[in-house]
Write a protein that binds this ligand. Structure first.
Ligand SMILES: NC(=O)c1ccc[n+]([C@@H]2O[C@H](COP(=O)([O-])OP(=O)(O)OC[C@H]3O[C@@H](n4cnc5c(N)ncnc54)[C@H](OP(=O)(O)O)[C@@H]3O)[C@@H](O)[C@H]2O)c1
Length: 354
């Protein structure tokens, strides 16, 4: 009788332990499912790439925290406003999306960067200077101005790196730049010359990231961003790692936003400089970034560290060359027009004299 009681007690204890184990496994599963979605900071959210990135983050279940220079003060439109809408209107729409948190500030302000990245696991740095060259740049140093590319594309990145370090949570910076290793190309001369050396300072910002050994970076260098994702032919995405020198083509803002977000999911995309284009021949690329991201490897080559001076030299000499060339062309056209007018006048006078 006693042995039967002991047996029953043992069975009851075993069953209870089994139930507890099952309950623990179910609870753990629920906890994993219910764990809060990753918080991702976004700078440049009101820009053309940024607004697409925020919408894509929301639709993928992330919780974006966006830095806004223009408070979302106007009533939120029901859909994304047009490309030329004021930033405050775009900001209002983005702020109305589910899970979006806003922070007022500026990337040139270290405190704004700290508040932005605190508690985030990564930051999408999609901002860029829009300042155009001014006549007054001839007699005063524009680099100290808050809107200059040195402050936004370079010092802003330095601020972000410091903020990421201080946060202890933000382990990856995704930075959107552009091809900036060919200072003497016509694109570089024009962008640097007409803007505030945006290419040169984007490259300097990249150098800061590549020098980080405690924060991972994914640098994305797109082609010319234009067009709609829906119009991109199938199988036309191309990606080169190690800062590959791919031929510049057009690629939609939305595709680049998707690449920035996708790369968050690839550990091998940490410490990478990626060049992203659409293939020259439609159908020779990939349909999505995933198979391309799977294959990227961390930067291997030594990137030049003397390009700022080269960019400045190319912009000054190349710019002067372009001005002289355009001047000579305009003079030649004017001379031809004058000659033609003279010939016409002589012909008319000749006819009248008859
Ligand atoms: N367009 C291209 O074809 C191309 C090609 C290669 C590389 N890129 C690079 O990609 C970047 C993004 O392209 P995009 O077309 O999205 O540019 P965009 O539409 O001009 O957007 C720039 C974004 O940067 C923000 N910003 C500027 N200064 C800031 C500051 N001090 N603090 C915080 N945010 C600041 C702007 O905010 P506000 O709205 O408040 O002004 C805006 O959200 C460009 O800036 C450029 O560096 C562009």
């Amino acid at each position: 009788m006693e042995s039967t009681q002991v047996h029953v007690t043992q069975s009851v204890i075993c069953s209870m332990l089994h139930l507890c184990l099952v309950a623990i496994i179910i609870a753990a599963g629920r906890a994993a499912v219910a764990s809060p979605p990753a918080k991702i900071a976004v700078i440049g959210a009101t820009g053309k790439v940024g607004r697409s990135a925020v919408q894509q983050l929301v639709s993928r279940g992330y919780k974006p925290r966006i830095l806004l220079r223009h408070p979302a003060s106007v009533p939120a439109p029901s859909s994304m406003p047009g490309a030329d809408a004021p930033p405050a209107e775009v900001a209002s729409f983005l702020a109305s999306l589910p899970g979006v948190e806003t922070i007022s500030g500026d990337v040139t302000d270290p405190k704004s960067c700290e508040a932005l990245v605190s508690g985030c696991s990564a930051v999408l740095a999609l901002h860029g200077a829009r300042r155009t060259r001014q006549l007054s740049d001839l007699w005063r140093n524009p680099e100290e101005e808050a809107g200059h590319a040195k402050q936004i594309n370079y010092q802003g990145v330095a601020n972000l790196i410091e903020a990421a370090r201080a946060s202890r949570t933000c382990k990856r910076i995704i930075r959107l730049t552009g091809k900036g290793e060919t200072p003497w190309s016509i694109f570089s001369i024009l962008i640097n010359g007409l803007g505030s050396m945006a290419k040169a300072w984007n490259y300097e910002g990249e150098r800061l990231l590549r020098a980080c050994d405690d924060i991972e970076y994914t640098i994305v260098r797109p082609g010319v961003m234009r067009g709609e994702e829906a119009d991109l032919p199938p199988a036309s995405l191309v990606l080169g790692d190690d800062g590959a020198d791919l031929k510049v083509t057009s690629i939609p803002h939305g595709s680049i936003a998707a690449l920035c977000i996708d790369s968050l999911g690839y550990a091998n995309a940490g410490r990478c400089t990626l060049c992203a284009m659409a293939s020259e021949e439609p159908g020779t690329g990939a349909d999505s970034w995933a198979p391309l991201l799977e294959k990227v490897a961390p930067d291997r080559r030594a990137f030049r560290d003397d390009l700022l001076a080269e960019h400045k030299r190319a912009t000054t000499l190349g710019g002067a060359g372009l001005v002289v060339g355009l001047g000579a062309f305009a003079s030649a056209v004017a001379a031809v027009v004058v000659l033609a007018l003279k010939a016409l006048a002589a012909a008319v006078l000749g006819l009248m004299a008859r």
